[in-house]
Design a protein. Structure first.
Length: 149
């Protein structure tokens, strides 16, 4: 049976707590990943930054984003306001936006376990860790699907 290490994406940029938010945006812009692991000085996993949470919720709450989706004519006004606040992105760091709850799997686990964990946790991808809790990759449904054919 194939293991997670056989199909995972090993090219994953790592973030540190003090990484500037503007750097995070550049990394996401040049990446295919929607989550990035945050590591401590020893390379151990301590959290993650999710693109899904970063962009829509940077300046607005989830409720405000929901309201803008229902009233799109206000979206242009808020877009202009957010663009004038671009200086704020230079003040934020990863520690300000990271999530500490992280769904992980080990590189030695089976693909079946990965599928079960993703379904149970409603996660589209998992951070793959080694025995020392260091991120070594990401695995998602696409990786698993490609391995079946």
């Amino acid at each position: 049976m194939k293991k997670v290490k056989d199909v995972m994406n090993k090219e994953v940029p790592l973030l540190h707590r003090n990484t500037a938010f503007s750097v995070v945006l550049k990394i996401f812009a040049g990446s295919v990943h929607s989550i990035l692991p945050v590591v401590d000085e020893k390379g151990r996993l301590m959290g993650l930054v999710s693109l899904k949470d970063v962009l829509p919720n940077l300046f607005l709450s989830r409720e405000e984003v929901g309201l803008l989706e229902k009233l799109p004519f206000f979206a242009d006004f808020f877009t202009d306001s957010v663009e004038t606040m671009q200086g704020l992105k230079n003040l934020l760091i990863v520690a300000d936006i990271m999530q500490e709850v992280v769904f992980t799997i080990t590189e030695e686990d089976s693909l079946i376990k990965a599928i079960v964990l993703m379904k149970e946790r409603d996660a589209h991808q998992l951070i793959v860790i080694d025995k020392e809790n260091r991120p070594v990759g990401l695995v998602n449904y696409n990786d698993i699907c490609r391995s079946l054919f």
